[in-house]
Write a new protein. Structure first.
Length: 329
């Protein structure tokens, strides 16, 4: 019997590469697609030798064609951190609008089930806490984060339109802060930023007064939630994240203790529209998927810290996107 085939866009990225691993383990034929703007082939090079793995160097914002049958599509192509989408705002808007349109069309043509990766950022700087899926959000469409927030909100809207009008099998996941091996140290998100600063002997930078909160979900837990949602019958948006909330100030001190460094924690002004609170309500995930996080933050941070410590010196100190051309095959 032929193996089921799955397309994972953003497959060379942090979450996408872990999804490639998971679907290989589950016995699928995996097709990864990435334009490598923020992805890195080092994340998936261990899969190139496998007969059941393919890689397409391609931008989903242009026409997407995959020959043969395709049973599932997971759309994870998108810049996912402020440092990325502030540098490449147009591409950020296009990948979740034009890219999603292209992939929904592909799913329709192939009669595939498609899961799109939305984000907790659709809630903006929330006025409801914790965030439930029914909350419409508090988003500034023309602020510096608007290119990402509104692109993801549009992505949800067009996905639901295809579900309603074309009866397409669709799934929508709202991802909260996720961490683990293969994150980029220089992507601007708080966890790799703190660990990178600690490893380089720099002071840890907290933006704002440190009272804003985040909730961190280890990547293995996140991937399990994604897989269960894809295989479920639930078509409305669903939060997948860890509801264990911590202030950024306390988190900085936690990283100092983890790394055993002597750096100070310094404070700088809070960026415009930066969310003050972030915590998912995962009632639906528990009831519908039987899912909740299993990995404690202390355990996940130890694994992540060990990964970052293992990186070559030049990766630890690089300040911008790597020169990926030497890794393109």
């Amino acid at each position: 019997m032929a193996k089921q085939r799955v397309l994972i866009t953003g497959g060379a990225g942090f979450l996408g590469s872990h999804l490639c691993d998971r679907f290989i383990r589950e016995g699928f034929h995996v097709i990864a697609m990435d334009n490598l703007i923020t992805g890195d082939l080092r994340n998936i090079e261990h899969l190139f030798k496998l007969a059941d793995f393919e890689f397409y160097h391609h931008d989903v914002s242009t026409f997407v064609h995959i020959p043969g049958k395709l049973h599932y599509i997971l759309h994870f192509a998108s810049p996912a951190s402020p440092i990325d989408y502030l540098k490449i705002p147009i591409q950020t808007l296009k990948v979740s609008s034009l890219g999603t349109h292209n992939l929904l069309g592909l799913a329709r043509a192939k009669k595939s089930r498609i899961l799109v990766a939305s984000t907790s950022e659709v809630y903006g700087d929330p006025l409801v806490h914790p965030q439930v899926e029914e909350y419409y959000g508090n988003v500034n469409p023309i602020g510096p984060r608007g290119v990402y927030d509104e692109a993801k909100r549009f992505q949800e809207a067009i996905t639901m339109a295809y579900h309603t009008y074309h009866h397409l099998e669709t799934r929508i996941i709202r991802i909260f802060n996720t961490y683990g091996p293969r994150m980029r140290l220089n992507d601007g998100r708080v966890l790799p930023a703190f660990i990178g600063q600690a490893l380089r002997g720099e002071d840890l930078t907290v933006f704002g007064d440190g009272t804003q909160t985040r909730s961190f979900c280890f990547v293995d837990d996140e991937v399990e939630g994604i897989f269960r949602l894809l295989m479920s019958d639930y078509h409305l948006p669903m939060n997948i994240g860890n509801p264990n909330e911590i202030t950024i100030g306390d988190f900085a001190e936690e990283i100092v203790r983890l790394t055993g460094t002597k750096q100070k924690v310094i404070y700088k002004p809070l960026p415009v529209d930066d969310p003050k609170q972030r915590r998912p309500d995962i009632t639906k995930a528990k009831e519908i998927l039987g899912w909740e996080p299993k990995v404690s933050r202390s355990e996940g941070l130890k694994i992540t810290y060990d990964y970052f410590k293992s990186l070559p010196h030049e990766v630890l100190f690089e300040r911008d996107h790597k020169n990926f051309q030497k890794y393109v095959r």
